[in-house]
Design a protein around this ligand. Sequence first.
Ligand SMILES: Nc1ncnc2c1ncn2[C@@H]1O[C@H](COP(=O)(O)OP(=O)(O)O)[C@@H](O)[C@H]1O
Ligand SMILES: [Mg+2]
Length: 380
Amino acid sequence: MLWLIAEDRFYYQNLTSLKSEYELEDIIVFPNNDDIRNNIQKSNIAFIAPYYPPKNIRSIFVIQILANKYGVLTSQEFKLKVSESKALENRLGLSVIHSPFSLKDIGGAESLKQYTKELLQAEAKGFRAKAIFLVGVPGTGKTFFPKCFAGETKRLLIQLNLTLIMEADEPIARLNAVFEYLSQRHTLNPSERYVILIDEIEKMIGNAEAIEKRLLGRLLTILNDMNTEAAEYKFDAIFFATANNLNSILDNNPELLRRGRFDELFFINLPDSKMAKGVFEIYLNKFQIADEVYSQMNLESILTEIEQYYSKANNAPDRFPYTSAEIETFCKKLHFYKIAYGYVTKEHILESIKLIIPIIKSAEEGVNRMMAQSELFLGV
Ligand SMILES: Nc1ncnc2c1ncn2[C@@H]1O[C@H](COP(=O)(O)OP(=O)(O)O)[C@@H](O)[C@H]1O
Ligand SMILES: [Mg+2]
């Protein structure tokens, strides 16, 4: 029994010619389970859809993929003048971003900034880094840092959509297609350099399933061979992988974190007071409310107020209770008051402290477990 896979609308508009080409009596479009069940015994019919048949009965079909009418483009994309690279990016689930951020947008995180400087110096002398791993509590800047790094180093940020890869009929083929695409792209634009972001990698390898093991194996091969003669893909890239929850990876796929895989591993903790201050300054200035806010309360007093208000929830005495993302949200809230009222009062500031409940309070247990990873992490 034949199952045709077609993304191009052309085929659905020309079913008659498809029927005669394949000598079929009928072609059933977008079949659901009932359609399949009701027609499976008939001869001379086929199914057509942009998706594969259900996994449990896939082996009874002969699957044929119908090529798009305009190379990579479907007729609908061609008509809408979608560029080939955009179409491919959509299909592969890639975001290709010219990052507007740089290291200046990051408050604190001195060791990351220092490392970046050293890396750039080493790169200028021919060194090639492969990959950096970032782990830590949500909102501490794990996704943000690679964006700033990409902007700072004038590399394109390529963000993989892991959910799309995992949901693909053939996740490994999908992953390969992504690297294939980057290789081709690099051939066309040899001066382009990439930051490849694999964000929240536990989505891909947080379980012990066979497919996850195979995906990890594939990824590790690519990483190991990068910048060597054996490399399948020739593009100039540095990988960033991030994770919130290291435990699921260590339990199921510890080989990811074997020594030597990554050039550097960073645990990003909650900020200390000094870093918190830096992040506050960045966002109060960005929202242009610094003078207004300081006329009501100086920054030290605001920091102390927040520390005291959440001291019970905070199990790490040398850490500030808000993550950088929460500090940003706090400043956004004050900015909102400024727009709504035309001014910011001390009451607005105190009210915002109560309203913005840090993750260390709202998800205390989970966060404590994540913070404990910092110890695990040094052992990796
Ligand atoms: N060190 C930092 N300095 C300035 N802003 C930050 C910092 N860390 C995080 N942010 C802000 O918080 C937002 C959320 O951070 P994100 O990187 O998504 O956290 P994570 O990926 O760790 O959950 C970022 O988009 C950025 O605006
Ligand atoms: Mg993130």
